[in-house]
Structures are given as structure tokens and as C-alpha cells.
Design a binder for this molecule. Structure first.
Ligand code: ATP
Ligand code: MG
Length: 427
């Protein structure tokens, strides 16, 4: 026998028993996004590598070391998407969606990053992303934060803290950059290799370092806040006022710069202390420069993405238990005439919305009944020679006390549909 093939490290299967929790999350998210008027868009999983390099930034963890990049058969460099914003903006520009005015868009799906797999960190993971394009804010920035707060609430999640910060304008960043570089150069000995490299190219990224040895240098760094211009300050304060007005609690974290290059003004992150080192559940902010940077007409924009696996882990932690939906009935049948009736009856039942598993593979009634029980179906529908002769079916409750009854197919349908409205008693 040849060796079995394993899945790629960090890329997981979601098994049937895990799917109900995904479904619960996805159903909740769909309703939630609609409640705020966000319209779903679906982008390809693969894009030209250049799109990510130009948007996320050359000197970022993602582009430097996390992208799955391949040469296509026609020699073009393509990459599995590491995030959705770049693709979404690309699609908006390509299809001129902003001609119809500002857009509220959302998407969901797998993202790919070549990271070290561990709890809460995978190489294929899923995000739900939200982008508002053409809105200068800060109202829409606040909307994004408020909608996250509502989602946590609807999912029954607490202990997710909100951190916000402002990066001001590109001019703010330039002024701050000069002060920050001075500080970092004074502490050159304390910087790790990544940070030294970034000192020349992207010093703000040093503040994003997760290396514990770097924390004291980071803590002692000057604050961008002191370089803010008046308009940026007003943007930030208006955002805070809206959040306060709605009772959304937050902390200002002046070290929050986010790992991507394209942010300005508002940045935020929702973090938890329940998932070990993988504390970021959701992150986003404003990226007014990106559309222009990708060749479009300048337009303000803002968005966020949440990590689905991390949210699911929190849901499981907080006791969310969702069971697989068992079928209404398992249909047991034996004999040529019986099988003919079984096929027909099963289709009639499904026509009314019932979920019916038709036994396949033959075998004795006894072995089929075992399968029926194992299927967790609420009823067994049994069709043998007698039932075939009378064109009726026997219905036996499997999950509660009650006698087997012989009914017409229509009556059986009525009984099973009624049972859906009554609570399910475990035998
Ligand atoms: P982290 O700091 O954990 O590396 P990030 O800043 O790289 O996160 P973003 O690019 O902001 O993450 O992506 C938004 C969200 O997607 C994160 O807050 C997180 O919940 C989730 N996420 C990011 N990378 C992964 C991953 N490799 N596996 C699972 N979830 C992830
Ligand atoms: Mg990361």
C-alpha cells in the first residue's frame, strides 16, 4: 500500500462536526453585515504579486516573508492573497464602482500566509473583511468599530478590548519618522536584525515588533501623537466622541501602527487575553492613500478584517455548543417493490423540505435499523413487502418513546413535519 498524503502544514480541514459552529458564525455575520448595508463582493484567491507588493508594502512581514508566490505557466508572478483589502480595491477600480458613489462592501474567505503554524495562526485562515470606499470619515471609521462591538455582542463574546490610535497624515508620519529614527539610532544595540533593516526603510514598523527584547526601546520611543496636525486631531477626537456616545469602551494605544503600510488616521485592533500569543481578533483602519497608490482616482477609504478561526475559538471558549442538524428520517427498505416505493416516497418527502437519508447498500432490516439509529435521525421510515403491497410506510420514532405507526406517505410527511415544532427528547 502506498503512503497516505497529508494536508499541507497550517492548512486545515473543517470536519462535518465542526461545520455547525462555522455555519452559526457565518449566518450571524451575514445578517450583521446586511444590518449595516454592506454588500458582498467576491474576489479571486490569486492576484498578480505586484498588487500586494504595491499595496501592503515591500518592507512588511507579509510581503517580505509570508506570501505564497508562484510563477504561472506563462511566466507571470502570482500570489495567493494574504488579505482582502488589496483585491477589493483592485476590483473597485477595475469595475469603476465608485462612479456610482461611495461603496460599502464586504467579503469573506480564505487568506494565505506562510507563517509558523500554531494555535490561532495558520497558513490558510479565513477573514471576514469590510471596506467603506469614498467616505472621508470619521463617521464611517466609528461605524466600523461600532459594528464590531455589535458582532461580539451577538456572538456572546466578552473580554475583547478595543485599542485605537491615529497615524495622522503622511506629513505627520514623515515628521514623526525623523524623530523616531533618531531614537532608534540612539538604541541601535537593542534592536534586533529585522528592526535594524527597517530603520532605513520603514521605521514605524519597528513599533509593530512582537519581539519581547525590543519592548523597552519601543516603550521609550517618542509618540506620533505629538506630531499631529489640527485636522488629524479633530478626526481622532470626533471618532472618540461617537464611541463614547454609544458606550463603546476603548483604550488609546499610541504604539499601535498595524503591520501594513497603507494606513493613515484611524487604526484599531480588537484584542483578547484568551487566545495566548494570538491576541488580535480583528484589525483595521483608514487607508486614504491606497486607491491612488493603485492607480485610481484618489478617494478616502477605511476597513477592517476579522480572523474567523480566532473568533470561532472564542465562541467555543465561551461555551457555544452547536450540534449538527440530524436528518428528519432514515429510510429503510428491502425488496424490489419496497425499494421502488422508497425512492418515490423519499423524493415526495424532500419536496416538502424534509431531510431524508435513503439507505443505500442493501442488507438486512436489522443492519439497516442500526444505521438509522447511528444517523441520529428522528424517525426511521420502514418499507418492506407489506408496506409496498399497501403503498403505505411504517414510521418509527428513534429519539423518543412512541409506537411505530403505519401511514400513507402524505400522513407520514405531516407527522414528521409536525415533529419539527416539538422539542427533541433524547431517549
Ligand atoms: P497578527 O498580529 O496576529 O500577526 P496581523 O496584524 O498580521 O495579525 P491582519 O493582517 O490585521 O493580522 O489580519 C486581520 C486578522 O486576521 C487578525 O487580527 C487575525 O485575527 C487574523 N489573522 C491574521 N493572520 C492570521 C493567521 N496566520 N492565522 C489566523 N488568523 C490570522
Ligand atoms: Mg501577522
Amino acid at each position: 500500500m502506498s503512503e497516505t498524503i497529508q494536508s499541507i502544514r497550517g492548512m486545515s480541514d473543517v470536519l462535518p462536526e465542526q461545520v455547525p459552529l462555522w455555519d452559526l458564525f457565518e449566518d450571524t455575520a451575514r445578517v450583521w453585515l446586511r444590518a449595516y448595508g454592506y454588500r458582498p463582493i467576491r474576489m479571486p484567491l490569486v492576484e498578480k504579486t505586484e498588487l500586494f507588493v504595491r499595496s501592503i508594502g515591500e518592507v512588511t512581514d507579509i510581503v517580505e516573508k509570508e506570501m505564497y508566490t508562484f510563477t504561472d505557466l506563462n511566466g507571470e508572478s502570482i500570489s495567493l492573497r494574504p488579505e482582502g483589502t488589496a483585491s477589493c480595491v483592485r476590483a473597485v477600480l477595475e469595475h469603476h464602482l465608485l462612479y456610482n458613489g461611495p461603496q460599502r462592501l464586504c467579503y469573506a474567505g480564505p487568506m494565505f500566509r506562510h507563517e509558523k503554524p500554531q494555535k490561532g495562526r495558520y497558513r490558510q485562515f479565513h477573514q471576514v473583511g469590510v471596506e467603506a470606499l469614498g467616505f472621508p470619515g470619521p463617521d464611517v471609521d466609528a461605524e466600523h468599530i461600532v459594528m464590531c462591538a455589535r458582532l461580539w455582542n451577538q456572538l456572546g463574546l466578552d473580554r475583547i478590548r478595543l485599542q485605537i490610535n491615529t497615524l495622522g497624515t503622511p506629513e505627520t508620519r514623515a515628521r514623526y519618522r525623523a524623530r523616531l529614527v533618531k531614537h532608534l539610532e540612539r538604541n541601535l544595540d537593542a534592536l534586533d536584525e529585522d528592526s535594524r533593516r527597517r530603520l532605513g526603510s520603514n521605521p514605524l514598523r519597528v513599533l509593530d515588533s512582537k519581539n519581547p527584547a525590543m519592548q523597552s526601546v519601543i516603550d521609550a520611543a517618542p509618540r506620533l501623537y505629538d506630531d499631529l496636525d489640527e485636522a488629524s486631531l479633530l478626526h481622532f477626537e470626533t471618532l472618540q466622541a461617537i464611541l463614547r456616545g454609544l458606550g463603546v469602551e476603548f483604550d488609546i494605544n499610541s504604539r499601535l501602527v498595524r503591520g501594513l503600510d497603507y494606513y493613515n488616521h484611524t487604526v484599531f485592533e480588537w484584542i483578547t487575553d484568551r487566545l495566548g500569543a494570538q491576541s488580535a481578533v480583528c484589525a483595521g483602519g483608514r487607508y486614504d492613500g491606497l486607491l491612488h497608490q493603485l492607480g485610481g482616482k484618489p478617494a478616502p477609504a477605511c476597513g477592517f478584517a476579522l480572523g474567523v478561526e480566532r473568533v470561532l475559538a472564542l465562541m467555543a471558549e465561551s461555551g457555544a455548543r452547536v450540534r449538527e442538524q440530524p436528518p428528519d428520517a432514515y429510510l429503510v427498505h428491502s425488496g424490489v417493490e419496497a425499494s421502488r416505493l422508497a425512492w418515490r416516497a423519499a423524493e415526495q418527502m424532500r419536496e416538502t423540505g424534509l431531510s431524508i437519508v435513503l439507505h443505500c447498500g442493501g442488507g438486512s432490516f436489522k443492519s439497516q435499523m442500526k444505521k438509522a439509529d447511528g444517523s441520529m435521525a428522528r424517525f426511521a421510515v420502514i418499507i418492506g413487502d407489506d408496506e409496498a403491497a399497501s403503498q403505505r410506510v411504517a414510521v418509527k420514532p428513534l429519539r423518543e418513546l412512541g409506537d411505530q405507526v403505519t401511514l400513507s406517505v402524505a400522513e407520514a410527511i405531516g407527522l414528521m413535519r409536525n415533529a419539527r415544532g416539538t422539542p427533541h427528547i433524547e431517549p
